[in-house]
Design a protein around this ligand. Structure first.
Ligand code: 5GP
Length: 118
């Protein structure tokens, strides 16, 4: 089992967060430091630390993260203009919170995904 993080407390509503969706498998809430007009985090309710820790048993929750992302993007009015789904893994990926999460980012032009290394 992954170590407890602040996201576990958000799932259980022990600390405040702007939760925009929750069901038996996933929870979605607004990022505290938004990088775009829409910036929502979608997380499995199970504490999976990183992408490297997922198993086949997690596939229902991982699939639900995508269907919920698409639903929330439609609700935010960015489905047609487009958006980005991002999952960071460990240090080089820039992961800060070790509870697997998908960023749903949109509402402005996001540019290239990665800086070119020239
Ligand atoms: P990472 O860098 O791990 O992929 O992204 C972690 C994200 O979690 C960051 O975008 C950060 O702003 C967000 N975050 C960290 N702590 C909190 C919190 O307590 N509440 C909310 N809503 N977002 C958080």
């Amino acid at each position: 089992m992954a170590e407890e993080t602040i996201f576990g407390k958000i799932i259980r509503k022990e600390i405040p967060a702007d939760i925009v969706y929750q069901d038996d498998l996933v929870t979605a809430f607004k990022d505290i430091d938004p990088q775009a007009p829409t910036h929502i985090l979608i997380i499995p309710n199970k504490a999976i630390a990183t992408v490297d820790d997922v198993t086949e048993a997690d596939e229902p929750a991982l699939g639900r993260m995508f269907t919920v992302a698409a639903k929330l993007a439609r609700e935010a009015g960015i489905a047609e203009s487009g958006y980005r789904l991002l999952v960071n893994c460990r240090d080089d990926g820039g992961q800060e919170v070790y509870h697997l999460h998908m960023h749903l980012v949109g509402g402005r032009r996001l540019g290239r995904m990665l800086q070119r290394q020239s």
